[in-house]
Design a protein around this ligand. Structure first.
Ligand code: PGA
Length: 244
């Protein structure tokens, strides 16, 4: 399984000019990369960037109509976008996205042929209360409700402990390994062993060039979801190389 390295630019950078410069530098740097690389810029830049696999950071579960401010999966597909990030903890936290809404978005996006980076992860409080497994299991079961075995080929799961995102406090290799195993076991129970083994499980949360390699080599992750460090082309390219 080829590792998947995804850059989540979040609400950055502030101009199309900067977006293009960053994108072009990344493109140059990863020319010989053996991993699959996907860049996820804000919606407004998607149609201006090309030459690398692109992902959106969100979409909506209705096809079209009176939903002011929303973007549909079919609009993304029409732009030749490959991936969409769904269930990111910032969307759960600031926009009150529920497991049920995330599930609707996942199914709609799969129906349009998009590949999914489905984010799950526990908060610090949930971890301290020993509820991590319970939380991850619920997010997986509710997020994937109704997703078929065939559709699982387009699902990538990103394990992103909320306490590790944007804090510099990245999850240890051991803890990541145990979460990755737990997620794989949950998928195996829901589907089967083969599907679990073939589903890419990414790690995300304060991934930097000096810690990135160990998640793939030692923690059993099949890729990375990189936030802050994906806004620096040199760092992101180093991260991509560290996965090989
Ligand atoms: P970070 O963000 O790398 O800045 O911690 C990761 C993410 O939110 O996907």
């Amino acid at each position: 399984m080829k590792p998947l390295i995804a850059g989540n630019w979040k609400m950055n950078p502030n101009s199309a000019k900067e977006a293009k410069e960053l994108f072009d530098e990344i493109k140059k740097g990863i020319k010989t990369a053996k991993s699959e690389v996907v860049v996820c810029p804000p919606f407004v830049y998607l149609s201006q960037l090309n030459g690398l696999s692109l992902g959106a950071q969100n979409d909506f579960y209705e096809e079209k109509g009176a939903y002011t401010g929303e973007i549909s999966a079919s609009m993304l597909k029409d732009l030749d976008i490959d991936y969409v990030i769904l269930g990111h903890s910032e969307r759960r936290k600031y926009f009150n996205e529920t497991d049920e809404q995330i599930n609707k978005k996942i199914k709609k996006s799969l129906g349009q042929g998009l590949k999914i980076i489905f984010c799950i992860g526990e908060t610090a409080e949930e971890r301290d209360a020993q509820k991590k497994s319970e939380v991850l299991e619920k997010q997986i079961k509710e997020g994937l409700k109704g997703v078929t075995r065939e559709e699982m080929k387009s699902i990538n799961i990103a394990y992103e402990p909320v306490w590790a995102i944007g804090t510099g406090n990245n999850c240890s290799v051991d803890e990541t390994m145990s979460s990755v195993l737990f997620i794989r076991k949950t998928i195996s129970d829901l589907y089967n062993r083969e599907i679990a083994d073939n589903t890419r499980i990414l790690y995300g949360g304060s991934v930097k060039k000096d810690n990135s390699g160990s998640y793939i080599k030692d923690a059993g992750a099949n890729g990375l979801l990189v936030g802050g460090a994906s806004l620096n082309a040199d760092d992101f390219v180093e991260i991509v190389k560290s996965a090989e």
